[in-house]
Write a protein that binds this ligand. Structure first.
Ligand code: SAH
Length: 219
């Protein structure tokens, strides 16, 4: 059982994080409110509370990381999420990004490929007040049964724009995807699907993600 206590000290640290994100150029108030609401320390082991609200990625086991808060804020801002939208996330990881989307009023569907990580995260999320639909599977396949989605967010470094995910995006839908570049990192792309099925692409700088891999794994 995880300690889900969220005291005034945690809330104070979260407020400081929000102030810092504002300074770094995040302006969307709904995104900032969601970051203020979601207790990021609950996603890390309790000995790492201090790290939970500093702007850094952190190991969550199974060789994976919880994304850096500024990256979560940046991707979420690009995604332009509205209340009630159906959002598909690829790479549940700790579940933090998924909770930020849920706190914004999105209907969140999230896929994780690593079994142990999936079950650990599921258990943590059951103790939090955010309602999410979690799936163990390969994000390259998306979720045809639940498609189409208003928004798709990929939180692992993608080798390509997965064709099946484009198919599962609604017309005028948006996908935010960190795509592998030649410098060994990823370029953040925002893809907007046009009503004729083609897509427009914008670039938003360099990032560093763990890789998006196909198939599922046991760890
Ligand atoms: N959104 C996460 C970030 C996790 S890091 C968070 O807020 O914590 C990226 C995650 O993507 C890892 O857990 C990794 O296992 C997962 N992943 C990589 N390739 C995947 C795929 N094809 N389908 C689903 N998940 C994948």
């Amino acid at each position: 059982m995880r300690n889900t206590e969220d005291n005034y000290r945690h809330k104070g640290m979260r407020q400081q994080l929000v102030n810092q994100l504002r300074k770094e150029g995040i302006t969307n108030e709904t995104v900032l409110a969601a970051i203020k609401e979601v207790p990021r320390h609950v996603f890390l082991d309790s000995s790492f509370v201090e790290f939970a609200y500093s702007d850094q990625a952190f190991p969550i086991g199974s060789g994976q990381t919880i994304s850096q808060p500024s990256t979560v804020a940046f991707q979420t801002e690009l995604l332009a999420v509205g209340k009630g939208m159906k959002v598909l996330e690829i790479g549940t990881g700790s579940g933090y990004q998924a909770c930020v989307l849920a706190a914004m009023g999105a209907r969140v569907f999230s896929i994780e490929r690593q079994r142990n990580l999936f079950f650990r995260t599921k258990e943590i999320l059951e103790q939090l007040p955010f309602r999410l639909k979690l799936f163990l599977g390969d994000g390259f396949e998306g979720l045809p049964t639940y498609a189409p989605f208003d928004r798709i967010i990929i939180t692992a470094g993608a080798p390509c724009i997965p064709p099946k995910l484009i198919e599962q995006l609604k017309p005028n839908g948006i996908m935010v995807i960190p795509m592998d570049n030649t410098e060994g990192g990823q370029t953040m792309l925002r893809i907007t699907k046009q009503p004729d099925g083609s897509f427009a692409q914008e670039e938003f700088g360099n990032f560093k993600f763990v890789p998006m891999l196909s198939g599922t794994a046991s760890d």
